[in-house]
Design a binder for this molecule. Structure first.
Ligand code: F6R
Length: 359
């Protein structure tokens, strides 16, 4: 049932091209007109989620601001009460949950609805409690995810959020986004995911070979790279039990760099959009003799990225939307290989459940 793979996690990582293609075509067949209408008229948009789904939500919130000029805020479901007093009629709260059963996300959405907001569920299970209890449902078709660590559902969530944003851009003439090109970039993510999987395996193994002997690592990115860094760090913690911390790269000199010394692993996520200053951060880390791995578009590997990275994972040339969907892939592989090098079973991390249904 693992399709010839040693673990479900690897199977699900490798299935991403298919999951992305399926999710894209399912979005095209869903009638999203009501969802788009309420989002268009929203007083304020909140995106609530937990864990990996929260990282997809953070990326989505940056995209709402950057591409639509709309202020959307991503919130951890269990922290929703920090805003619940100001949530009211006219607001839209989007809940992002693979399982559709995460209790914190369910409670946040219930509270939002009680306060008069409209709720939208983005789920992989359309029969789930969260789907049933929300005003509107957007369904992904990533297929069942068995491994505890979320992989293909993360990339599918990012695809879904970007698709909604592209559709909103299409409706508004005031927005300077080429929605057709954006939809095309989203659609081609499955091809790029396939290429990314094949080009990054060997390099991800090289990074894992370094990480598996370490006790901690930094994952640094800027803007869209920050939630992707957070996702990479979470994967490493969850299944390889190595402390990993994600930080906005520009903030690293305000404290975190203090613990970087010779051979300390630092993984940079360079998307190639509003994050060119990462080059300077790479130099700062190199000056402390850090061990550096950088994920970057193959056509942008130059300067200090090329000069100072011990490993560069060169991602296929692709439009921005496509990059936002696919850059977590090498980070998933890094965590997977690191766990297996440590002799751990990535499908059954200690202390974790696939779905958290108790508070
Ligand atoms: C991480 C992971 C968890 C879930 C979180 C939310 O790999 O799987 O952090 O992302 O528990 O679950 P859903 O998306 O089902 O609400």
């Amino acid at each position: 049932e693992k399709g010839g793979y040693p673990h479900y996690m690897l199977k699900e990582i490798m299935e991403q091209p298919y999951a992305l293609a399926q999710t894209f075509s399912s979005l095209q067949t869903q009638d999203l007109s009501e969802v788009l209408k309420i989002l268009e008229n929203a007083r304020r948009i909140y995106v609530v989620a937990a864990g990996t789904s929260y990282h997809a939500s953070l990326l989505g919130a940056i995209a709402f601001r950057r591409f639509l000029g709309v202020d959307a805020e991503a919130l951890i479901s269990s922290e929703f009460r920090v805003v619940s007093r100001v949530v009211k009629w006219g607001d839209v709260v989007i809940g992002v949950s693979q399982s559709g059963e995460t209790i914190d996300t369910l409670l946040a959405l219930r509270e939002a609805r009680e306060r008069g907001a409209k709720t939208v569920a983005i789920v992989n299970n359309p029969f789930s409690t969260i789907a049933r209890e929300s005003d509107y449902v957007v369904s992904m078709r990533a297929g069942p995810e068995i491994a505890v660590a979320a992989t293909k559902t993360f990339t599918s969530q990012v695809l879904t959020l970007l698709y909604i944003i592209a559709k909103l851009a299409e409706k508004s003439s005031a927005i300077n986004v080429d929605s057709k090109a954006m939809i095309h970039g989203i659609k081609m993510s499955y091809e790029i995911a396939e290429k990314a999987l094949s080009v990054s395996q060997g390099k991800a193994m090289a990074v894992a070979n370094k990480l598996f002997q370490k006790h901690s690592a930094y994952y640094l990115g800027r803007v869209f790279g920050v939630p992707i860094a957070m996702e990479g760090a979470l994967k490493l913690k969850e299944i390889a039990y190595i402390h990993a911390e994600a930080y906005p790269a520009g903030e690293s000199k305000h404290g975190p760099i203090a613990l970087v010394d010779k051979d300390y692993p630092v993984i940079f996520i360079y998307i190639g959009f509003l994050d060119e200053l990462i080059e300077g951060n790479i130099e700062e880390m190199k000056a402390r003799e850090a061990w550096i791995a950088t994920i970057a578009p193959e056509n942008m590997v130059r300067g200090s990225i090329e000069k100072y990275s011990n490993v560069v994972i060169e991602m296929p040339r692709a439009p921005l939307e496509t990059r936002l969907i696919t850059y977590a892939i090498p980070l998933q592989l890094i965590a997977y290989y690191t766990a297996t090098l440590k002799g751990l079973d990535p499908d059954k991390p200690r202390n974790l459940a696939k779905t958290v249904t108790v508070i």
